[in-house]
Design a protein around this ligand. Structure first.
Ligand code: GLY
Length: 255
């Protein structure tokens, strides 16, 4: 079954993106575009089929397309982003995902962003953040219960999304920054803590047997290697000025 990733072009207004936990700094848009292209090429080299949606000036954060949808094996759920500036991003994503899955929607007053949803098998860990509220988590629960999913709310503090703080890296293992979430929530899983000086390292992207990690996290890379993983670094530093994570850059699913 082919693996598909939907990406969205870097908006020329990315410099006006939302920021939650870091200060704004000068952004080089052409460098951000190059890094996005490298990311796409890497996915393509791993056998992923890519679809790219266009962006627009009034969507500074549209490149972080994963926040607009939660794609499960059975259905896609179009989210309702927790900031107004991102709510018009969902329409094009809904149209696109209709080609692959029956589509459900998170409805007002709920808010929920894909970056807050970590799926491990039939468990959906749902970050409770400034972007995802309890209504959003309840709606996710109602929509997915029919398909046998268990939704587990996770308080998050200090970063943007749940997946800024942890990601599933395969082998029953979660890579985690314990400063931003309580590791106890993952009882039953193996945990690997990132190096404490590499706060961005917990957001990785697993594509098949490959584990992509953001460049600039050598100590966490060594920790992962010592535990039998073979991380592949990718540079997304310019996109990180907009609080990017590797996972935010596309919903990835099989079809
Ligand atoms: N800049 C990423 C976000 O706030 O959604």
């Amino acid at each position: 079954m082919p693996t598909i990733a939907i990406t969205r072009a870097v908006s020329s207004s990315l410099g006006y993106c939302e920021l939650t936990f870091i200060d704004r700094s000068q952004m080089d848009i052409s460098k951000a575009i190059d890094q996005h292209k490298t990311y796409r090429n890497l996915l393509s080299s791993l056998g992923v089929e890519l679809i790219e949606l266009t962006s627009a000036d009034d969507m500074p954060d549209a490149v972080f397309i994963e926040d607009t949808a939660v794609v499960l094996d059975e259905i896609a759920i179009i989210t309702r982003p927790g900031v107004e500036s991102r709510q018009n991003e969902t329409q094009a994503v809904r149209e696109c995902l209709r080609n692959f899955r029956p589509v459900n929607n998170i409805e007002e007053p709920a808010t929920l962003e894909g970056g807050d949803i970590l799926r491990i098998g039939k468990k959906l860990f749902a970050g409770l953040t400034g972007r995802t509220n309890l209504d959003g988590i309840r709606q996710l629960q109602l929509i997915t219960a029919n398909y046998g999913y268990q939704v587990i709310p996770v308080p998050v503090k200090g970063c943007l999304h749940l997946k800024t703080a942890c990601t599933f890296i395969g082998n029953n293992t979660v890579l985690i920054n314990p400063n931003w979430i309580n590791p106890d929530i993952f009882s039953g899983f193996e945990l690997i803590e990132i190096d404490p000086f590499e706060a961005w390292a917990a957001n990785t992207l697993k594509i098949g047997n490959s584990l992509l990690i953001p460049a600039g996290n050598p100590k966490t890379g060594e920790i992962l290697e010592s535990r039998g993983f073979k991380p592949v670094e990718i540079e997304i530093g310019e996109l990180q000025k907009a609080e990017a994570g590797l996972t935010c850059l596309s919903p990835v699913f099989e079809y």
